[in-house]
Write a protein that binds this ligand. Structure first.
Ligand code: CP3
Length: 346
């Protein structure tokens, strides 16, 4: 039996439009908070395959989504390259020795050696594969990575940033070093995603969460081309594994989207009708409800109906236009998923 989510990624007809939510395993779920408490902290949870698998599965039964997304974080990659990741309560991720020069980059672990250190991720996937197969409900498992650019922003700034000034200083005054960093990360990501596929994921999503920080004329050079390189590499080996690209906040770049992937993730700032006009013939579209609509059931239903209408004749997967926030009532998330299924039933 084929999985409805995988079928939709490949543009096949499905009984309704499948739905999942970015950050669907997270702090809005009391069940997640309980397991995170038992693990001790967020990174310990990522490092514990049994617990990571448990929180990956939670939203399937509680919210009713059609796909599970591996519970981990994009920043485990630079952590295993030797950058020593910390998550500080109330602040977010932090690297204490951000990259400032070629010598800093040369000290990192690269390629397959770095990817081989992420065994806890592959072990979580293997466990999930077994658990999902045993459930027999044909739920797809999504694996993921950060885009090289988004990962590089944390490696260079050492933390989240509003201005990206250190990255942009490199972009305009030392692009060679920035490209060296992006190339190094791209190589690790290629091996990392191959190993996730080998361990049992059904679909790949590449998150370029901080795409909007780059001016449109430079976006291809510093981000998109590396994401496409990862797609080409994976498609040559695993042509049947669908790939979802999610570059957040780049409506001005839609005319320049190219590459061998299956699904384009539309963020909430880009009108779905515009994405459909520009990309709908070439790619399946995923998205894109403004996540804050989840605070109101009425606002949620209105958006779901409008998206279903816009995408009636198109190839679509429902999702939010970015991650769900921690203070959203669980019942509203349940409502969103049920409304997507109702409004798109064929
Ligand atoms: O449910 C899922 O979507 C799967 C798990 C997942 C997490 N992070 C868990 C997480 C995924 C896919 C990510 C990706 C991720 N991580 C991205 C790209 C997606 C996006 O949202 O744009 C980024 C930029 C990160 C980096 C990151 N991780 C930040 C900035 C933070 C702190 C912000 C916050 O919400 O606290 C994290 C922590 C994080 N990653 C949490 C979760 C559930 C919260 C940790 C906790 O308090 O339990």
């Amino acid at each position: 039996m084929s999985k409805i989510f995988v079928d939709a990624c490949l543009g096949k007809e499905t009984p309704y439009t499948p739905v999942w939510m970015m950050r669907q395993a997270g702090r809005y779920l009391p069940e997640y908070m309980k397991v995170r408490g038992e693990a001790g902290d967020f990174l310990s949870l990522c490092h514990n395959p049994k617990m990571a698998a448990e929180v990956t599965i939670q939203p399937l039964d509680i919210v009713g989504v059609d796909a599970a997304i591996l519970f981990s974080d994009i920043l485990v990659i630079p952590d295993e390259m030797g950058m020593d990741l910390e998550f500080i309560k109330g602040f977010g991720p932090k690297f204490n020795d951000p990259l400032t020069c070629q010598a800093d980059l040369d000290r990192l672990i690269g390629g397959e050696v770095a990817a081989n250190k992420l065994t806890y991720v592959y072990d979580t996937i293997k466990l999930l594969r077994k658990q999902l197969d045993e459930r027999g409900d044909e739920i797809a498992l999504i694996g993921f990575t950060g885009a090289p650019w988004t990962l590089a922003t944390y490696m260079i700034e050492g933390q989240g940033t509003k201005t990206y000034n250190l990255c942009k200083k490199l972009m305009y005054s030392n692009p060679e070093l920035l490209h060296n960093i992006l190339r190094e990360v791209t190589e690790v990501v290629k091996y990392y995603m191959e190993k996730q596929i080998e361990a049992g994921i059904d679909v790949v999503q590449i998150f370029d969460s901080w795409a909007a920080a780059i001016e449109p004329g430079k976006y291809d050079e510093f981000s998109w081309k590396y994401m496409v390189e990862i797609c080409d590499h994976l498609k040559a080996k695993y042509p049947d594994t669908p790939i979802i690209m999610f570059p957040k906040g780049i409506p001005a770049f839609l005319d320049n989207i190219y590459g061998n992937f299956d699904v384009f993730g539309v963020d909430w700032s880009t009108p779905m009708a515009l994405a459909k006009e520009k990309l709908g013939d070439k790619y399946v579209l995923q998205g894109n409800m403004e996540p804050c609509r989840l605070y109101s059931k009425e606002a949620t239903t209105a958006c779901v109906e409008s998206l279903a209408k816009t995408m009636k004749e198109g190839r679509h997967i429902f999702n939010l236009g970015h991650g769900i926030l921690p203070d959203v009532p669980v019942e509203n998330a349940i409502h969103f998923v049920a409304e997507c299924k109702r409004a798109s039933k064929r």
